[in-house]
Design a protein. Structure first.
Length: 367
């Protein structure tokens, strides 16, 4: 059986395959979305945290589906956006069948999951989705919070960009990463874990692809060059719709697009910025102390990701929803009291140099 490891935030997810073609296809798919730095051909000297066994077996798949359908204890459960799973137990093992009957997951234990499909060519994305789901629960079990935020180290300062959907987090991230004279380290876009440690407050990555809109691409020279070289869009970039067109770029690949930028998985949390893009305006850039005391709670996706409708389903939590809500409230209040939080109003024509100068003028280089 062939295998490779996915390494995220110190966890090792081991993917095992009976079929060499499925191994190659899944390795290439994971490399595209996670980056080769997070993947490694398995070294048996390294223990895995989670084992995921990938099986194509039409008869086994059909047999388990039939057993679920006649089970007295089956139940349809919400899992994440646009998808539900039918849950049941077979021979005292939990089984989750995708509602479109494309695949099922047999849970042998809290560390071993059997992914069974009858058509692997149409199911490349699902092992990655399941990896993400387990990662969220592993981090929450360590009392980390899942935030609607983008994270980076900018001049060595751990910076979290927080706000709700379509408020300009990714566009402002691109403005910061475009600066040619400064070192930057990119963690992740749109989702970030935050937690408390002996060192203070820290952030860790959630390596989903970076989704950039047509408007952000057209206003960024490094992104335009990347799109043209990779031919991500079949039509000319000038024809991209600012809001309706978008593309996804793998997490580690994204960091290599910009000068003096690398990727990392963890960073201290030193400051929080609330980007607020003023679409249709020009010449706007203003930084001031945030007055919205609810912004931290509004952008916290623990215990429930309200944007992608992600709910706990596959991996057991140590804490109830109410316990997680109380822990998140207490941690966010400590962060609000200890970490500087600033709102950033800006227009799409903001340059990376102007952003850097404005940040240093108001916030300084030291925290």
């Amino acid at each position: 059986m062939k295998s490779f490891d996915i390494k995220i935030n110190g966890y090792v997810f081991r993917m095992k395959f009976e079929n060499i073609l499925h191994y190659i296809n899944q390795l290439n798919y994971m490399s595209t979305y996670l980056g080769k730095e997070r993947l490694d051909v398995t070294s048996l000297e390294i223990a895995s945290d989670i084992d995921m066994v990938y099986i194509e077996d039409v008869s086994l798949y059909q047999s388990l589906c039939s057993k679920i359908k006649i089970s007295d204890n089956r139940n349809m459960i919400d899992t994440f956006e646009y998808q539900k799973h039918e849950w049941s137990t077979i021979d005292n093992k939990e089984v989750f069948l995708n509602e479109k009957e494309q695949y099922l997951v047999l849970k042998k234990s809290e560390s071993t999951f059997i992914f069974i499909t009858s058509n692997p060519d149409k199911n490349l994305a699902y092992p990655l989705y399941i990896t993400y789901e387990i990662l969220v629960r592993l981090e929450e079990n360590k009392k980390a919070l899942f935030m609607h935020g983008t994270s980076l180290k900018y001049e060595g300062i751990g910076t979290l960009l927080l706000n709700n959907k379509a408020m300009g987090k990714t566009t402002f991230l691109v403005k910061l990463l475009e600066e040619k004279k400064l070192s930057k380290e990119f963690l992740s876009n749109d989702r970030t874990f935050i937690f408390e440690s002996n060192e203070g407050y820290e952030m860790s990555s959630f390596p989903i692809p970076v989704i950039v809109s047509g408007g952000t691409i057209k206003n960024s020279e490094p992104l335009r060059e990347y799109i043209q070289i990779t031919k991500t869009f079949k039509r000319d970039i000038s024809q991209l719709d600012d809001h309706k067109s978008s593309c996804g770029i793998g997490n580690d690949v994204f960091s290599r697009i910009f000068p003096l930028t690398t990727s990392t998985e963890k960073s201290q949390l030193n400051r929080i910025l609330i980007p607020n893009i003023k679409l249709g305006a020009t010449g706007i850039f203003d930084i001031y102390e945030n007055q919205d005391h609810n912004i931290l709670h509004d952008t916290c996706f623990t215990p429930y990701d309200t944007e992608s409708l992600r709910k706990a389903w596959l991996y057991a939590r140590k804490y109830s929803d109410n316990e997680l809500l109380e822990m998140s409230h207490q941690l966010l209040e400590r962060i609000r009291n200890d970490i500087p939080i600033y709102t950033v109003d800006y227009s799409p024509d903001l340059s990376s140099q102007a952003a850097h100068q404005g940040i240093n003028k108001v916030l300084g280089r030291k925290i």
